[in-house]
Write a protein of this length. Sequence first.
Length: 50
Amino acid sequence: MTYAPYNSHVQRFFTQYQSLTFEQVHSDWLPQLGKKAGLALDVGAGSGCD
């Protein structure tokens, strides 16, 4: 596996991801959260926009 394609397009991928809302990115699993408040683990992955 190579990271070369990612590395050569990193700015485009970052800009594209940042242009999406939280709901757009996580719409597949967001309904699983329910309405009850709780705790979450932040694993420190990604750009920090979530």
